[in-house]
Design a protein around this ligand. Structure first.
Ligand SMILES: Cc1cc2nc3c(=O)[nH]c(=O)nc-3n(C[C@H](O)[C@H](O)[C@H](O)COP(=O)(O)OP(=O)(O)OC[C@H]3O[C@@H](n4cnc5c(N)ncnc54)[C@H](O)[C@@H]3O)c2cc1C
Length: 641
């Protein structure tokens, strides 16, 4: 039987040895306290492996063969309701019958209580079969977990940690419905005039005399927007300072909105109107909806004004999810390219034996492995940090040793999750496009036809760097976190730089020396941008004691002006940060599993050259564009006067 798990050695590595599943199982089973849960890592791991095997077969046998049809059939609107492709409906019947929507939902809410990382790895296999399926799949379990996370955050979930279970939670009924595959949810943020710029959102929510909330406005591009449940961001407070472009973020609130009620007389009462289904370039099987809300009843989540905060609660997991979508698509494109190149002949040999194409195929394979390494590490740390935080917050009667361990481990996981997630979203989505494009090129003329499906992969891939925060927004976040991190703890940066320099010449393992050199290069680029950022205030940071950097740099701080060069180079810096982060992760793997050294070597061979070129660009270019921008800004303000 075909399987998208057992035919994939790199994926099997993570199932078998590349992940500390015992640590994940322990936090998922609330420190082995769940009454009907696993009591040790070995049993849990065995179950996770069985689930992955089942999913690998289901995806290969039931989803992948339907992908082309799902794409052709598409979706449309009929009498105000979305009509999905019949093949998509069949694919989702298979997923539901296999109980896969339950995967990561806690047992007491009707789920299987598996780690989110397993859910993401299964999602990767779904995406390898079809991106539209993966899109819609993630708006089931992912939205149930969002509802739970929101409820925990606002304080409407109670735990009995001694008994290892949730006692009550606000959205228990809806989560149960989703677990059974009877409903799904969606996330409604984007509006016609506000995408990356959330401060500009206009949809508003008003309260009546009884205190009930009603939402009015328009949302666009809503994936799986034909769902029963919506998390909607709406404005509840007026913008206080119209001159501050970020002021609008404070006036947003998060609402839970039900699309419709099915009435006893068999009719359906709708509160949200499906205006249209967007006609897109790719993933035609997924519904992307434009919606209108006309005094739709909503339930406030958290407090008013906390909408942006609540969006951030989910952001990391959502971006990790898109990372795995991208890995699945890139895996499919790489395999398609290899299979074709090993068969197609040109000038006396198969095209895979032509030097340039052999180089392409090698890079594609290495990049997919790098994306998966970053994805697994990012997802692992995100899940560990969320679950340790939960246990730490709700656990009563923990031993001093357990409390101490949580205190020690939590900040480490939190910092790594924060660092790796934008890098994953950036790398995986950009590479998915590049790899899909190469796959099409390797197919020559037939790549441009529908015969092999190479064009579908390229069409599908192009949305990945756009949704859940564009690549440019990820780059800005990664750059700001990095630079502000140095400003906050300059001494730690100087120490890290010194240690990396030392390791780059003294480490016994030549691969460790090469990774350290990459770290030095990365920190040198960071230092350059920081020094240039501070240059407006002082000639050189060299005259200022390290302990005073923070004070000097942050005094009179204007992120628009002071970050200008770093913003211009944010994407280049992000690409160096990615090269460095992947190298570190692969080195950690190689230290424990020597067979991974070969993957690290392949990655370093390309990353070293790339990072050097990026460093050169960062340190020698950009001033001309900044001068142009300040000339135009000057001219505009003179004209305004
Ligand atoms: C198929 C699809 C599904 C989607 N699903 C959902 C969904 O389920 N829910 C939802 O709420 N939204 C969804 N979206 C919307 C998506 O999240 C937005 O399109 C995305 O955030 C970008 O916003 P925008 O389209 O308004 O582009 P803009 O924000 O106008 O950006 C245009 C360009 O400018 C760049 N840019 C913007 N600001 C800056 C800056 N400060 N510095 C540098 N560059 C900048 C962007 O990176 C981009 O390249 C979906 C979109 C698509 C296409």
């Amino acid at each position: 039987m075909a399987s998208f798990l057992t035919d994939n050695d790199d994926l099997l590595y993570y199932l078998n040895e590349g992940v500390d599943w015992t640590a994940l199982a322990e936090v998922t089973e609330y420190g082995w306290r769940t009454p009907d849960g696993f009591k040790n890592g070995a049993d849990a791991k065995q179950f996770y492996r069985e689930v992955a095997e089942m999913m690998g077969e289901l995806v290969a046998e039931q989803l992948a063969p339907r992908a082309a049809k799902i794409d052709r059939e598409g979706t449309h609107l009929e009498n105000g309701e979305a009509v999905e492709s019949p093949s998509m409906v069949q694919a989702f019947d298979a997923i539901r019958q296999a109980d896969m929507h339950k995967l990561c939902i806690p047992r007491e809410l009707g789920g299987l209580n598996a780690p989110l990382l397993l859910y993401f790895l299964c999602g990767e296999m779904v995406a390898r079969a079809d991106l539209a399926c993966m899109n819609h799949f993630s708006f089931h379990g992912g939205m149930a977990m969002a509802a739970l996370a929101y409820s925990v955050n606002e304080g409407t979930t109670t735990f009995d940690m001694k008994a290892g279970r949730i006692s009550s939670t606000r959205f228990a009924d809806e989560i149960g419905e989703i677990a059974r595959g009877e409903a799904w949810g969606c996330m409604d943020i984007t509006e016609p005039n506000a995408g990356s710029d959330m401060a500009a959102l206009l949809t508003r929510a008003e309260q009546d005399d009884k205190g009930d909330w009603f939402i009015t406005g328009q949302k666009i591009f809503i994936t799986s927007g034909h769902g029963k449940y919506h998390f909607v961001i709406a404005r509840t407070e007026a913008v206080k300072d119209p001159n501050d472009p970020f002021a609008g973020l404070n006036g947003l609130s998060m609402f839970f909105v039900k699309t419709y009620d099915d009435l006893p007389d068999g009719t359906r009462k709708r509160y949200v109107t499906l205006e249209r289904i967007e006609e897109k370039l790719g993933h035609h099987g997924a519904v992307t909806a434009a919606l209108s809300f006309e005094r739709a009843p909503g339930r406030l989540i958290g407090k008013r004004g906390e909408g942006f905060k609540y969006m951030l609660v989910l952001m990391n997991n959502a971006r990790v999810g898109v990372g795995f979508e991208s890995i699945g698509l890139a895996e499919a494109a790489t395999r398609m390219a290899k299979a074709y190149a090993e068969e197609r002949r040109s000038m006396g040999k198969v095209i895979a034996r032509h030097e340039m194409l052999a180089d392409y195929l090698d890079e594609m394979r290495t990049d997919v492995q790098a994306m998966r390494a970053l994805g697994v590490a990012g997802a692992f740390h995100e899940e560990m940090s969320r679950k340790l935080e939960l246990i730490g917050k709700f656990l009563e009667g923990a031993s001093a040793e357990e409390t101490e361990r949580i205190k020690r481990e939590l900040p480490k996981h939190r910092a790594l999750a924060r660092r790796l997630t934008p890098l994953l979203k950036y790398l995986a989505t950009e590479k998915a496009v590049e790899i899909a494009r190469r796959n099409m090129q390797i197919h020559g003329g037939v790549g441009y036809t529908k015969e092999y499906g190479a064009e579908k992969l390229l069409r599908d891939s192009l949305v990945l760097p756009v949704y859940e925060g564009t690549s440019q927004i990820q780059s800005l976040m990664a750059m700001k976190d990095t630079i502000l991190g140095i400003i906050k703890r300059p001494q730690a940066f100087v120490t890290r730089m010194g240690q990396a320099r030392w390791r780059s010449v003294s480490a016994r393992d030549p691969l460790e020396r090469r990774v350290a050199k990459l770290q030095v290069l990365s920190m040198s680029a960071q230092q350059f941008l920081l020094t240039r950022t501070a240059a407006g205030k002082l000639k050189t940071l060299g005259d200022v004691p390290v302990a005073k950097w923070r004070e000097v740099i942050t005094g009179d701080w204007d992120p628009k002006r002071d970050f200008a060069l770093a913003m211009l180079h944010a994407e280049r810096l992000t690409r160096i940060l990615v090269d460095e982060a992947v190298a570190e992760i692969l080195l950690d793997q190689a230290k424990v599993h020597p067979h991974r050294r070969e993957v690290l070597e392949r990655w370093l061979a390309r990353a070293e050259l790339r990072s050097r070129a990026l460093h050169e660009e960062i340190t020698t270019t950009g001033d001309r564009i900044l001068a142009q921008l300040s000339d135009t800004a000057g001219a505009q303000s003179a004209a305004a006067e």
